[in-house]
Design a protein around this ligand. Structure first.
Ligand code: UD1
Length: 423
């Protein structure tokens, strides 16, 4: 397995282009199953998660063509040839579970493997199932698979989620586009990913209002048609790269960066003493003078502070002046990076869903590894600020969600390189 080697060094300077959003793109790809006409996506990120979902869609009979070096993807699901999503693929990528809504809505049947747990928590799918049952599906669990049927099609209904789930909102949203009548989703996710999915569905002919608020209304239509849609910038990649100059100084411009996608996070960075300015090309982030200040953070659904940036923010807090409290409210086991950061000299106490971080003068490089995508990248960020060399193992986690991370960071002066497993 490849490793990434980071050498701590001085201020960064330059520009980093932000890729299309992984999580958004995955959900947009599942929408292609709703129509027998092609869906063309532009600004597609080149990531292993995207390839994994492509393989799954192909297994359902959807043709996936990549153009312009993988930046443009044309998905044509003229005919669904297989309604079963296999465990072998779904276990690798939880977002695969979001083929359930589209397959069921179009075919009246879907058999999708339960994704199982993952490093950051149990991650149940009960809300996805509840939502589809409200739309009239009959759902049984058979040998690890969810078997959903609606032989006469789905029917619009009121779906009220007890708490916000991005994935369940999106499964309900896609399924409801082809249901008979009106669906209202209450306590819906307001994430930019969900809003972009709704926008794409509207471009495909769906009738949706209220996306971006906690109540989404969908008028079912008979069919959806061809569309071309541009994937929004990846706000989590953007937030990750905003931490880089914050942690080791300098000024970096994020090309295509958008503050509106990450307001809560930007406010916390500013409170820590980081300058953020909107430019014509994106966002400029600078740490000019003095130490970073300790800032408390509580993760929450959008527009709150994203759980997917908690690990990276913790890396920053490790060298901040003072003590900060980071509270994780979305996933029950999302501090796997803390023991690794401690190996680099950080002072972190984890009690349940809360981590208390006391800033230290400096971190030291160490061999580390991580068990999930965002935890891995937090170790690279810590490595940028550490004295000496940090080797991050299990790089495949990073390749799931960060496109050419070593190239992007090297371009702004960071000393980051990849060591191939075989050499
Ligand atoms: C999505 C993102 C992920 C992000 C998360 C929260 C994708 C591909 N992934 O994941 O990067 O960290 O949103 O912003 O878009 N839950 C249940 N029952 C369910 C569904 C969820 O109990 O049926 C729980 C989860 O275990 C978790 C919480 O609800 O504790 C929120 O999860 P959810 O918003 O569904 O996350 P995902 O859609 O899986």
């Amino acid at each position: 397995m490849d490793s990434i080697i980071v050498e701590g060094n001085g201020p960064l300077s330059g520009q980093i282009p932000i890729s299309g959003a992984k999580n958004t793109c995955l959900k947009l790809m599942t929408a292609a199953l709703l129509s027998d006409e092609p869906l063309t996506l532009t600004n597609v990120p080149r990531l292993s998660d995207i390839r994994t979902l492509s393989t799954l869609l192909e297994s359902h009979g959807c043709e996936v063509a990549l153009l312009q070096g993988g930046r443009v993807m044309v998905l044509s699901a003229r005919e669904i040839t297989n309604r079963r999503a296999d465990y072998e693929i779904v276990r690798k990528l939880r977002a695969s579970f979001n083929v359930l809504g589209p397959l069921l809505a179009r075919e009246g049947e879907a058999i999708v493997s339960l994704p199982g747990g993952c490093a950051i928590g149990a991650r149940k799918v009960d809300l996805h199932i509840m939502a589809l049952e409200k739309l009239g599906a009959t759902i049984t669990l058979e040998e690890g698979y969810v078997h959903a049927t609606a032989p006469n099609g789905l029917t619009g209904a009121v779906i009220e989620f007890p708490f916000v789930s991005v994935g369940a909102t999106e499964n309900a949203l896609t399924a409801a586009t082809l249901a008979k009548g009106t669906t209202v989703i209450r306590n819906a996710a307001r994430e930019p990913d969900t809003v972009d999915l709704a926008k794409c569905l509207v471009e495909m002919g769906a009738k949706i209002s209220g996306a971006g608020t906690s109540e989404i209304t969908i008028e079912g239509v008979d069919r959806l048609h061809a569309a071309t849609h541009q994937v929004i910038p990846d706000r989590i990649e953007m937030g990750t790269f905003m931490i880089a100059p914050a942690i080791c100084g300098g000024e970096v411009e994020l090309l295509g960066g958008r503050r509106d996608l990450l307001e809560a996070f930007c406010e916390k960075l500013e409170a820590a003493g980081i300058d953020i300015t909107e430019t014509e090309a994106g966002l400029k982030v600078a740490r000019r003078n003095g130490a970073v200040k300790a800032v408390d953070v509580t993760t929450a659904p959008f527009p709150g502070f994203p759980t997917d940036l908690q690990a990276q923010f913790m890396a920053l807090m490790c060298t901040a002046e003072g003590t900060s409290t980071l509270e994780e409210t979305i996933f029950e086991n999302r501090f796997m990076h803390a023991p690794e950061l401690i190996r680099m000299g950080a002072r972190i106490d984890v009690h349940g869903g809360t981590a208390t971080v006391t800033g230290v003068k400096g971190l030291t490089g160490a061999p580390v590894m991580a068990t999930d995508l965002r935890a891995s990248v937090s170790l690279i960020l810590a490595g940028l600020a550490a004295e000496g060399e940090t080797t991050v193992a299990r790089v495949y986690h990073l390749d799931r969600g960060y496109e050419r991370i070593e190239e992007k960071l090297s371009a702004v002066g960071a000393k980051v390189s990849r060591v191939k497993a075989d050499g």
